[in-house]
Design a protein around this ligand. Structure first.
Ligand code: IVH
Length: 691
C-alpha cells in the first residue's frame, strides 16, 4: 500500500481524511477490478481487508464524505458475497492486450505460425469491435427465455445477479423469433455499461439534490449491479451490449463472429453493429484502430480499446486458448487519454515530515473516464522541467485509475498574462526556512515542532494505535483542539483537563474523562513506541524497536554518536544522520524537556543481557547456510544476536564465522575462498553452550 509522504495539509483545500478516503476507494476499486474482472490478485486477502476496514472506519467517522458508490457499499467487494454463485457453462476468458500496431502484428504472426499452412494467404479476416468499458456479463437463455445473468467472477464462477439484470431495459427477457429455430440453451456474453449522457444526467440530478456524485460510468455500472435491492439497480441507467456467444446447446449457430452479431441482433439483443468492421489483414486493422481512437469521443459510451477477433469460429476453435485468454482475440488498448486544460494555480502542502509538495489546480476537465481538477507535480524540479506557468494551457493525462499528471505546457498558447511560479524558500504554513538538502528533490520545512501543518499530522501520528495509542484522539479531535488553540505542541496534550474538554461541543463529561485517561495512560508507553511517535525521518516502527533494544533508554538514544548509531542493525549513514539532526534540533530539546516535565517518561527497554555462560559475540558477524537440523535459521540468528553478534545473509571478508548445514552451496565455497572460518551445526551448539 503506498504510504504517501505525510497525509497532506494544505493551504486552501483540507486534505486529510477526504484525500485518504478517495485514495482508499481508488485502491480498493482497482483491486476489486483486478480480482473480479481479470481474476488477478495483487495483494494478500489480509491486506485487502485492512484497506477495506480502514475505509469503513473513515466513512463512519465522516459520513458526508462517503461516496454513494463506495466499494464498502457494494456487496461482494472482494470479501463475502450475498448473491448466489453461478457456474458458467463455458468459462469467461479475459483478453490479452496489444498496446500498439507492433504488438498487434506480433499477435498476427503468432497465430499465423500456430496455424501454419491453414493460415490464409491474404491475411486473416478479423472482426474489429469497440472495447466497451463496463462490466462483463453472461446471460443464459433457455427456450428463448432469460434464466440467468451472472458476472464474470473468477471466470469459472460468477455472481448470480439475475434479479438485477431483469431491471435493465435493454436486456430482453424473451427472445424474438420461433423457439424451434433456437438452440435449447445458450450463453450470450456482453457488457453492462452506462451511456455518457445518461451518466452526466444522473450526476447532475444527484448534485442538484446535494448528493455526492459518481466517479465514472464503469464503476457506477459495477456498483449498481451489485446492489442487493433490485429497485436500486432499476434506478440507474444501465444498458447492455451483446458481443459474443458462450456455450451453445443445440441449434445451428452462426459460423463467423460477424454473423454471430447479426444473429444476436435478430433475436432482439442490443448489438453495436455500427462501429464493427470485418477486415482482412493487419494493415486494415491498424488503420481502423487509429480511426477508432479518433472517433472514440463521439461514441455514446466509454470505450477503452478495440477488440480484434478472428472472424471464423472454426479457426477460433482450432486456435484455442493459452492460460485464461483466447489465442484468437486481442484487445488493442488505447493510449492514455490526454486533454488540454488551464493550470489555475499551484498549491503547496506540507506533510508530517515537513515535505513541501506542490500540486496543480486545474480547470476541471473530463479525461480518461473521470473529471480531473488536480494533478501531482511531485517537486520543484518537475515544475521547471515541464515549463509550467500559472495560467498556462497544459496537457493532462490519465489512464485507468492512475493519478492524473501534467504532460507538458503549451507555451505557444501563452498570452503574456501567465505567471512564473516561485517555489518558496520558507514553509508556506509557518514561515520557517525551507531546506532542500543537496541531491534531494524535496524541500522541507525546518521546524518539525511548531509548524501547524506538521503539528497536525504529528499529533495524529502521536495518538495512533502503533505509537502512543491514545484511544479517542483521532483527526477530528486534533482539529478541534488546534482550532480552539487548546494545544500548540504534542506536549500540550498532557496539560489538557477534563473540564476544558467538557466545554467543547464534541465532548460529554464521560467522553472527556475517557480521553484524559487515555492521554494519561500514554505517559509510560515503551521506548520503541515513543521513538516511533516522535516521527523522526527514516525511523519507522521496526527501526524504533531496534534502536530501543540497542540503547535501552531515551537518553542513550539521544546521546548516541554517529558511529554508535551506525553499529545498530539496519541503520545506515543517512538514517544515523537523520537521528542526529533530529536530536540536535533546539526545538526538539525544548519539546523533550516539556514532555518530561509533564511526566511523559517512556518505559526503558531491557537491553537483552548476554545469556549466562555463552561467548561474547560483540563485533562478530555470523552467516548461516544450508539446512539446520535442530533449529530454524531464524532461531539460530536470534541466538547469535542475544550474544551480542550480528547475523547476515551474505558472506564477505568481514564475516566471522559461517555455520554450514547440509545443502550449503556458494556461501560455503566463498567463505573457504576468503579464509573465513566454517563450522557445522553441532560445533555451533557447543560454542554457544546450547547443549
Ligand atoms: S469479447 C474471450 N468483445 O473486455 C473474451 N469483450 O479483457 C471474449 N469487452 O471481460 C470477450 N468489449 O468485458 C469482447 N467487444 C467486446 C468487448 C469485450 C469489452 C470486455 C469484456 C472482457 C474484457 C476482456
Amino acid at each position: 500500500m503506498p504510504t504517501s509522504d505525510p497525509a497532506a495539509f494544505s493551504i486552501t483545500v483540507p486534505q486529510g481524511p477526504e484525500a485518504r478516503l478517495r485514495e482508499l476507494e481508488a485502491l480498493i476499486r482497482r483491486y476489486d477490478e483486478l480480482y473480479y474482472l481479470q481474476a488477478k490478485q495483487e495483494i494478500p486477502d489480509a491486506d485487502y481487508d485492512r484497506l477495506l476496514r480502514e475505509l469503513e472506519a473513515l466513512e463512519r467517522e465522516h459520513p458526508t464524505l462517503a461516496s454513494p458508490d463506495s466499494p464498502t457499499k457494494r456487496v461482494g467487494g472482494g470479501v463475502a458475497t450475498e448473491f448466489g454463485s453461478a457456474v458458467h457453462r463455458r468459462p469467461m476468458l479475459s483478453l490479452s492486450n496489444a498496446m500498439d500496431d507492433g504488438e498487434f502484428r506480433a499477435f498476427d504472426d503468432r497465430i499465423r505460425r500456430f496455424l501454419d499452412e491453414r493460415a490464409p494467404a491474404r491475411g486473416f479476416v478479423y472482426s474489429c469491435e469497440p472495447k466497451f468499458d463496463g462490466l462483463a456479463m453472461s446471460l443464459t437463455y433457455e427456450g428463448g427465455e432469460l434464466v440467468l445473468a451472472a458476472t464474470r467472477g473468477d471466470g469459472t464462477t460468477g455472481e448470480n445477479v439475475t434479479e438485477n439484470v431483469f431491471t435493465i431495459k435493454d436486456v430482453p427477457r424473451s427472445l424474438r423469433g420461433s423457439r424451434e429455430s433456437l438452440p435449447r440453451a445458450f450463453e450470450v456474453r456482453g457488457e453492462v455499461y452506462i451511456r455518457k449522457d445518461e451518466f452526466k444526467a444522473l450526476n447532475d440530478a444527484r448534485a442538484a439534490r446535494g448528493e455526492p456524485t459518481f466517479v465514472n460510468p464503469r464503476n457506477t455500472a459495477a456498483g449498481s449491479l451489485r446492489q442487493l435491492d433490485p429497485a436500486m439497480t432499476a434506478a440507474r441507467p444501465l444498458r447492455f451490449f451483446a458481443y459474443a456467444l458462450g456455450d451453445v446447446d443445440g441449434g445451428s449457430p452462426p459460423r463467423t463472429q460477424h454473423e454471430v452479431l447479426a444473429w444476436l441482433a435478430e433475436l432482439g439483443l442490443p448489438v453495436m453493429q455500427g462501429e464493427v468492421r470485418t477486415l482482412t489483414g493487419v494493415d486494415a486493422v491498424c488503420e481502423r484502430y487509429r480511426e477508432l481512437i479518433d472517433c472514440r469521443h463521439e461514441l455514446p459510451m466509454e470505450i477503452d480499446g478495440m477488440v480484434v477477433k478472428v472472424d471464423s469460429l472454426a479457426l477460433q476453435a482450432e486456435l484455442g486458448q493459452v492460460s485464461r485468454s483466447p489465442r484468437w482475440a486481442v484487445a488493442m488498448k488505447f493510449p492514455p487519454e490526454e486533454r488540454s486544460t488551464r493550470l489555475l494555480g499551484i498549491e503547496l502542502r506540507v506533510g508530517r515530515t515537513g515535505a513541501i509538495t506542490p500540486s496543480a489546480i486545474l480547470e476541471p476537465v473530463y479525461v480518461g473516464g473521470a473529471t480531473v481538477s488536480r494533478a501531482t507535480l511531485h517537486n520543484e524540479d518537475e515544475i521547471r522541467r515541464k515549463n509550467l506557468r500559472i495560467g498556462d494551457l497544459v496537457i493532462v493525462r490519465r489512464a485507468g485509475d492512475v493519478i492524473p499528471e501534467i504532460v507538458r505546457s503549451i507555451p505557444e498558447q501563452r498570452t503574456g498574462a501567465e505567471r512564473e511560479f516561485e517555489f518558496p524558500t520558507a514553509c508556506p504554513i509557518c514561515g520557517s526556512p525551507a531546506e532542500r538538502p543537496d541531491g534531494e528533490a524535496v524541500s522541507r520545512c525546518s521546524n518539525p515542532v511548531d509548524c501547524p501543518a506538521q503539528l497536525r499530522e504529528a499529533l495524529i501520528h502521536w495518538a495512533a494505535r502503533n505509537t502512543m495509542d491514545i484511544d479517542g484522539l483521532g483527526e477530528k479531535n486534533v482539529d478541534t483542539f488546534l482550532k480552539f488553540e487548546l494545544i500548540r505542541s504534542v506536549a500540550d496534550l498532557y496539560t489538557l483537563t477534563a473540564a476544558q474538554l467538557a466545554d467543547l461541543d464534541r465532548f460529554a463529561e464521560k467522553s472527556a474523562q475517557n480521553l484524559i485517561a487515555a492521554i494519561d495512560a500514554s505517559r509510560t508507553r515503551s521506548l520503541d513506541r515513543f521513538l516511533f511517535a516522535l516521527g523522526i525521518r527514516h525511523v519507522g516502527e521496526r527501526l524504533s524497536e531496534l534502536l530501543a533494544k540497542r540503547f535501552g533508554t531515551l537518553d542513550a538514544v539521544r546521546s548516541a554518536t554517529h558511529d554508535e548509531l551506525l553499529a545498530t542493525d539496519e541503520v545506515g549513514p543517512k538514517v544515523a544522520e537523520s537521528i542526529r539532526a533530529y536530536f540536535g534540533n533546539e526545538r526538539v530539546h525544548a519539546l523533550l524537556a516539556e514532555l518530561d516535565a509533564h511526566g511523559v517518561k517512556p518505559t526503558p527497554v531491557l537491553i537483552a543481557a548476554r545469556p549466562e555462560g555463552g561467548p561474547d559475540l560483540t563485533n562478530q558477524t555470523w552467516v548461516f547456510t544450508g539446512t539446520l537440523q535442530t533449529m530454524t535459521r531464524d532461531d539460530a540468528e536470534a541466538i547469535v544476536k542475544r550474544h551480542g553478534g550480528k547475523a547476515s545473509g551474505s558472506v564477505s571478508k568481514k564475516t566471522t564465522v559461517v555455520v554450514a548445514g547440509p545443502g550449503s552451496g556458494s556461501k560455503e565455497v566463498k567463505a573457504r575462498e576468503l579464509g573465513v572460518q566454517v563450522i557445522d551445526e553441532p560445533t555451533f551448539r557447543k560454542r554457544l553452550v546450547l547443549d
